[in-house]
Write a protein that binds this ligand. Structure first.
Ligand code: CNA
Length: 429
């Protein structure tokens, strides 16, 4: 992966054309608020999220499905409206355009299902985030109570974003490595939502999936590489965080899983998996979006708070007539504005439930269940016991390329699942 260091300190430079860096932001600024300081997508200025703003957002982010259900006529009841308003950040409440008029499109899921069934959506783009993997047991960032940001004491970091801050990592890689141990592919299985996306591909409807996730479950469920953009990188490769010399990914994994620090054979700095940190460049593949989004005829946004740029702004780059469907626990990004854009639909609630209902409307449920069964059986029969896989993957001369983390206890690892592209192409299309 080609990357260069942070662009946060290069704000005077021209807006990036061939490189984009990852940044975190708050998306609800009131007109009175000062302008952002971070470089956002396409050269726009964005405000970086502070610790206290984040805490405030977390406390305001609880909108349950019951609270926001509209009346049978598709309008919000008074109580519901208040609940939605309470769920918004304080910045938007003073904005008259944010007064909820018709914040939910109750029949949205059915309308979109109808379009798909009519054959009107043959280039579907999926934009996804951590919410698609919570059903696999991987916590997201921002869900109050269970999200990683609500459980920071485990990682001993001063503020949430530190875990993906390259300078912080340079001084102390331990917080990220602790998280990496939990996220490394191999410990979790894809869920119904991943297989729904795989089914879109199976039906030749998936133009591309853009994921912010680093858990690799999209590949594990069989979405082929050429249909997938892992915008925030993955654990599949590793390199030195300083000189970018590549490093065998399995050796990096072995070191990290055993509480050692993989070190660069060239400059002796710390090696990290090629997960994109704040301020680092996004992978070149991300630029496929310039071709894909203008071509899309349906955009499905699932399980993301749309807080991280430049990824979040992708959803605004489909043609204005293209239907956009948000499946999430609460409204995010452009779906927080009411009235919604024509063609925008959202279905709020538990994502797996929603996706199951969507699949039933499409008549795909049986096929998805069958696909899950066959893929998971395949994996079960191919899986290698952790002890064997560890022995097999133990790198030669490991002690020369990693060092022990002081006070760290050893721990085992599960082997990475190896079924992916070859199997998916066999069973798809
Ligand atoms: P986020 O900011 O935590 O947002 C997740 C969104 O999903 C929130 O809006 C939640 O309400 C929603 N959500 C969570 N669970 C459900 C559910 N069961 N049903 C419906 N909605 C749900 O995460 P984003 O992806 O927006 O932020 C991007 C970060 C998170 C990326 O850079 C990732 O690298 C990072 N991350 C990835 C993983 C992973 O790979 N699984 C896990 C945690 C964080």
């Amino acid at each position: 992966m080609n990357r260069s260091r942070s662009s946060f300190d290069k704000k005077a430079a021209q807006p990036p054309v061939t490189r984009l860096t990852r940044s975190s932001q708050v998306r609800h600024s009131s007109p009175a608020e000062p302008h952002d300081s971070g470089l956002g997508p396409y050269g726009k200025q964005r405000r970086k999220q502070t610790d206290s703003a984040l805490a405030q957002n977390l406390s305001q982010m609880s909108v349950s499905r019951q609270e926001i259900l509209p009346t049978s006529k598709g309008k919000m009841s008074k109580g519901s409206r208040d609940s939605v308003q309470a769920g918004r950040s304080s910045g938007s409440t003073s904005d008259p355009s944010s007064v909820p008029v018709k914040p939910l499109s109750r029949g949205g899921l059915a309308s979109v299902a109808r379009l798909v069934k009519l054959g009107r959506c043959k280039n579907v783009v999926v934009v996804a985030g951590a919410g698609i993997s919570t059903a696999s047991g991987i916590p997201d960032f921002r869900t109050p109570g269970t999200g990683l940001y609500a459980n920071l004491e485990k990682y001993n970091i001063p503020y949430p974003e530190a875990i993906f801050n390259i300078d912080y990592f340079s001084n102390d890689p331990q917080p990220f490595f602790s998280l990496a141990k939990a996220l490394y592919p191999g410990s979790h299985r894809p869920n119904y939502i991943h297989y729904f996306i795989r089914m879109l591909h199976h039906k030749s409807l998936l133009l591309r999936m853009y994921t912010q996730n680093i858990d690799g479950l999209e590949k594990v469920c069989g979405i082929p590489d050429d249909k997938l953009v892992e915008a925030h990188g993955s654990f599949a490769t590793a390199s030195c965080h300083l000189c970018y010399t590549s490093y065998p990914a399995e050796e990096a994994k072995y070191a990290i899983m055993n509480d050692n620090v993989p070190i660069c054979t060239f400059c002796a700095a710390t090696v990290k998996p090629d997960v994109v940190f704040f301020g680092e460049d996004l992978p070149q593949k991300y630029f496929l979006h310039t071709e894909d989004f203008p071509k899309a005829d349906l955009l499905i946004i699932m399980g993301t708070s749309l807080q991280i740029e430049p990824f979040a702004s992708l959803v605004n780059t489909v043609r204005s007539t293209v239907p956009r469907l948000l499946l999430n626990r609460h409204a995010v990004g452009p779906f927080e504005k009411v009235p919604l854009r024509r063609g925008d639909h959202m279905e709020l609630g538990d994502l797996e439930d929603t996706v199951r209902r969507f699949a039933e409307m499409l008549g795909w449920n049986g096929e998805i269940e069958e696909l899950m069964r066959s893929q998971e059986t395949l994996v079960g029969s191919n899986s290698i016991p952790a002890s064997q896989s560890r022995a097999a993957s133990e790198p030669q001369g490991r002690t020369e390329t990693s060092r022990s983390r002081p006070g760290a206890a050893g721990s085992g690892s599960e082997e990475t699942d190896s079924e992916t592209d070859s199997k998916s192409s066999a069973s798809s299309n």
